[in-house]
Design a protein around this ligand. Structure first.
Ligand code: KG4
Ligand code: ZN
Length: 356
């Protein structure tokens, strides 16, 4: 079962071909990605209109390249999957329309994949993780704790009340003049920093439940930066703020995850794994913290390789395969969704819903 996947919901234009079995030794048969970082860099963040135009300009070529890489013709496809949301709507429309066209011309099923389900199922693509599993999804747009019960069946236990973790990394990096994207820049700067110099409060630590909040921390960092002597920040100040900020994020996220693990062990005693996904999962300090609490709880810690943690099309192709196996195809009049929560029953968090 070979499926073409398309991802255009944010600032990465990507196409990939995945196979349901490992007949050829691997599941990802071909991939092509174009990061738009250079296009957005001058603006210090993602500009939706710029993103949509770049997706439109590059997607066809990337699909051709991924298909050629996979030695696959359109006639070999069992289906075409595209991110149907949530995300920047202009980009989602580009991907969905392209996928629908291929599906219509080649008479194969079309699958609209929830981007978050793509992230969620990546651990099954790479590690065959069995349901149910506990999932931390931390990216630039999302910060959620979910239980993946089955394909298409998720329980959201926590989400952010304001900013996503990655968004907070990006904003703090901007304040410190570290540029975009901020996560990797903060992590690099933090390497030589003193994480104890700035005593930032650990958001939500000690509170029950699994929700997150990062806007207070962001403000605390801004106030600390403003209290420094005027003029460009010294490398020492930048490193110390970055390290102190990162430590606060890690403490907050691991604290929320501890609550989630306790609940998971009670409600899903058969569950074996803690899975992390999303761009922020690239952060080494965060990974180490999560690995630690997973080990203490006797859970396997599964973090897909970095390039499959950040936005990519292989995860969309794979989610397409999993959905196709269940007969969960979509009609060609599917409407792209700027918002699309994975768990429709989860109570909306205060101020959230902005992202999902
Ligand atoms: O999953 P992703 O590629 O795109 C979204 O769906 O948002 O995540 C991108 C986010 C950005 O906010 C970026 O700053 C953050 O992930 N990120 C990191 C690191 N690498 C990427 N945050 C912290 N540490 C990192 N090493
Ligand atoms: Zn993502």
């Amino acid at each position: 079962m070979i499926v073409l996947g398309i991802e255009t919901s944010c600032d990465e234009t990507a196409a990939a071909v995945a196979s349901g079995d490992r007949a050829r030794g691997q599941r990802i048969l071909g991939e092509a990605v174009l990061s738009q970082i250079a296009e957005h860099k001058p603006f210090g963040g993602i500009v939706p209109e710029v993103a949509a135009r770049a997706h439109l300009a590059h997607l066809d070529g990337l699909i051709r390249k991924a298909m050629a890489d996979a030695h696959t013709g359109f006639g070999d496809l069992a289906a075409v999957a595209a991110t149907g949301g949530p995300g920047l709507i202009g980009g989602v429309i580009v991907g969905v329309m392209t996928a629908k066209s291929i599906a219509a011309v080649h008479k194969v099923p079309f699958l609209a994949v929830n981007h978050l389900e793509g992230h969620a199922l990546t651990a099954r693509l790479t590690d065959d993780v069995a349901f149910p599993f506990l999932l931390l999804l931390v990216s630039g747009g999302h910060c959620q704790i979910l239980v993946a019960e089955d394909v298409g069946r998720y329980r959201r236990w926590g989400t952010t009340l304001d900013d996503a973790a990655g968004e907070c990394f990006d904003k703090v990096a901007k304040m410190l003049g570290l540029g975009y994207p901020g996560g990797p820049a903060i992590e690099r700067a933090a390497l030589d920093g003193d994480a104890t110099r700035f005593k930032f409060a650990r958001p939500m630590v000690g509170k029950p439940g699994c929700d997150f909040s990062f806007s207070g921390l962001k403000t605390a960092v801004r106030l600390a930066a403003e209290a420094l002597p005027r003029g460009p920040f010294s490398a020492r100040d930048v490193a110390d703020i970055a390290a102190s900020f990162q430590a606060a994020v890690v403490a907050s996220v691991t604290n929320r995850m501890k609550n989630a693990i306790e609940r998971f062990r009670n409600e899903y005693p058969e569950g074996r794994a803690l899975v992390v996904s999303g761009g922020v999962a690239a952060n080494t300090a965060l990974r180490a913290g999560l690995q630690d609490i997973a080990a203490t709880a006797g859970l396997d810690f599964i973090a897909p390789p970095l390039k499959l943690c950040t936005d990519n099309a292989a995860m969309i192709a794979w989610a397409g395969i999993e959905r196709l196996r269940k007969g969960l195809m979509d009609p060609l009049d599917f409407k792209p969704r700027p918002r699309w929560p994975l768990d429709a029953h989860a109570a909306p968090a205060i101020g959230a819903g902005v992202k999902a």
